[in-house]
Design a protein. Structure first.
Length: 312
């Protein structure tokens, strides 16, 4: 999509005290929101996106919630709705999103930020707006007045129950934070079903600049993951100790001239696969050194014990 510089400057200069030139401003395109179900299990109708397009023009937004300085803000000077008929949402609608053009007045302070946007570092956008209608996606009941028995997040006849947002009455703010580049450009649904929960949390953690907010579902998933990691850690520790004690036992037989404790201590930092290899070769060595009789007697004793079971 190409943009007419003269026409855009005209749009931008509606918001400025003195007329700005093309060199004064940095302009870029972003996606504000779409008609997919978002992380709060809410979805805008395509019509609502159209209403929001009109309401968001002229609104300023900030980069990262912590940077509230004038230099870190951008203003939307054009908003429109785009529909991709080749792509269906999880609700079976044609994918529709609210796109916008924004500008920033170039300053020394925002040079780095502009380079970041130019470099393709994708931004996750969040929008604040007032919606006149919030309905249940299953039965259409108004959530704020009548209500219904359907629970958000549960599945009914294979469809995820969520809130449908329509009748936009106001648009307050928008902001964006950097997210890893592989994510889709400027999308609102950072925690969609496409990425496993833990992956999405990791992305949130990696891209966080200051404080970090997790949803209840994310917190539960994270706590479950921590518990399973702790268990895996305890298992690995027990296995390592078993290997070390095995190595120590073999050292006594195979390498009697070496101090067992020192040897085992020296193995302390070795990765598990190396300990396994060492243990196996020491085992072989030990086996070769032990008198053959001892091995035979060990095998011989077994059938005797087994036969006991049949003695009456
Ligand atoms: Zn309902």
């Amino acid at each position: 999509m190409t943009f007419d510089t003269e026409q855009e400057l005209e749009q931008i200069n509606r918001y400025t005290r003195k007329p700005l030139t093309a060199d004064d401003v940095y302009r870029f395109t972003l996606t504000l929101c779409d008609n997919e179900i978002d992380r709060d299990l809410e979805r805008f109708t395509p019509a609502a996106l159209g209403e929001l397009a009109a309401l968001f023009v002229g609104k300023t937004g900030i980069f990262d919630h912590s940077c509230k300085s004038e230099q870190q803000s951008a203003r939307l000077f054009d908003c429109w709705v785009e529909t991709d008929k080749t792509r269906a949402t999880s609700c079976g609608e044609a994918y529709t999103c609210l796109k916008a053009r924004a500008y920033m007045v170039r300053t020394k302070e925002n040079e780095g930020l502009i380079a970041e946007i130019e470099g393709g570092i994708k931004k996750e956008v969040s929008v604040g707006c007032a919606m006149g209608s919030l309905c249940c996606s299953v039965c259409g009941a108004d959530r704020r007045t009548t209500g219904c028995e359907h629970v958000k997040g549960r599945t009914y006849n294979g469809r995820l129950c969520h809130d449908v947002l329509s009748n936009a009455t106001d648009a307050y703010e928008w902001s964006f934070v950097a997210v890893p580049a592989q994510r889709e450009a400027g999308v609102t649904k950072a925690f969609s079903k496409e990425a496993p929960m833990t992956e999405s949390i990791l992305e949130t953690v990696k891209s966080a600049k200051n404080e970090l907010k997790l949803t209840k579902a994310q917190l539960t998933a994270l706590q479950a993951d921590i518990a399973s990691l702790e268990q895996a850690g305890a298992d690995a520790k027990a296995y390592r100790e078993k290997l070390l004690s095995e190595i120590g036992r073999c050292v006594l037989i195979a390498l009697p001239q070496i101090d067992k404790s020192l040897f085992v201590q020296g193995c302390g930092d070795m990765p598990i696969h190396a300990l396994e290899t060492l243990s196996q070769s020491l085992h072989k060595q030990t086996k070769a050194m032990l008198p053959a009789k001892q091995q035979l007697s060990a095998t011989e004793s077994k059938p005797t014990t087994d036969n006991h079971a049949f003695c009456i």
